[in-house]
Design a protein around this ligand. Structure first.
Ligand code: GTB
Length: 218
């Protein structure tokens, strides 16, 4: 059922990624754009995120959140699944194909994203440590293990399992976090996959909207 009121999402008032679309509101914006659902945005500062008012929406004091018709959701994956279940365009109708697309959503979030996030965190916060080079090499190896398997599975297909789905949407946003690392360069089909995702008009609209927030705040 489509919502009777316009959903509201929360996003960083000033994203630390400086408008590169790497924060997790980007995937929610993209999903909403794919299904043609208008949305409102509420900007939240780092300080406000940790206050009781925001923690009533998000127990861990983070973005994004999603509010619609009395429903409050947190966790980008749960929000996207909710959007995909209520609108056409992000999950196939066939029950088995739908289950497989949802499996790809979980794979993006539970299997591919964790080593990528761990690597980004190390690159941000551990650069000055004496063991950094060794740790980075180990983390690179873990990321390559996932990318190698993903690349082999994708092969020369456009998307992970038939038509573009919420699984691809999440996987593309996860892989985008590697853009500055150079690790994707070894996998031309994954580079092309990400390029296909970001070329989608819905992605472009979502990207422009999050960039406008950063530009206005800067
Ligand atoms: N599992 C949750 C989900 O998927 O929704 C994770 C939510 C989350 O990590 N939110 C982050 C947050 O609110 C923003 S996206 N952080 C504030 C806090 O925890 O206090 C993570 C993020 C932040 C910055 C960049 N960047 O600069 O590139 C990329 C991703």
């Amino acid at each position: 059922m489509t919502p009777t009121t316009t959903p509201t999402i929360t996003v960083f008032e000033r994203s630390p990624d400086r408008g590169r679309g790497l924060a997790r509101d980007m995937r929610v914006r993209w999903a909403l754009e794919e299904v043609g659902q208008a949305y409102e945005v509420r900007l939240v500062s780092f300080a406000a995120m940790k206050q009781p008012a925001h923690k009533a929406l998000h127990p861990f004091g983070q973005i994004p959140t999603y509010e619609e018709d009395g429903l409050v959701l947190f966790e980008s994956g749960a929000i996207i699944l909710h959007i995909a279940e209520r609108h056409a365009g992000l999950l196939p109708h066939d029950a088995n194909a739908r289950a497989r697309a949802i499996a790809w959503m979980f794979a993006a979030l539970n299997t591919v994203e964790p080593p990528i996030v761990e690597r980004s965190m190390a690159a941000l916060f551990e650069k000055d440590k004496p063991w950094y080079a060794e740790r980075l090499a180990a983390l690179d190896e873990q990321v390559h293990a996932r990318l190698g398997d993903l690349s082999r599975r994708l092969g020369d297909a456009d998307w992970l399992d038939g038509a573009f789905s919420a699984g691809d949407l999440l996987m593309v946003t996860v892989l985008r976090r590697l853009e500055s690392s150079g690790l994707l360069q070894t996998y031309p089909n994954l580079l092309a996959y990400v390029a296909r995702g970001v070329a989608r008009p819905a992605y472009q609209r979502a990207f422009a909207a999050q960039l406008a927030v950063f530009t206005k705040a800067a």
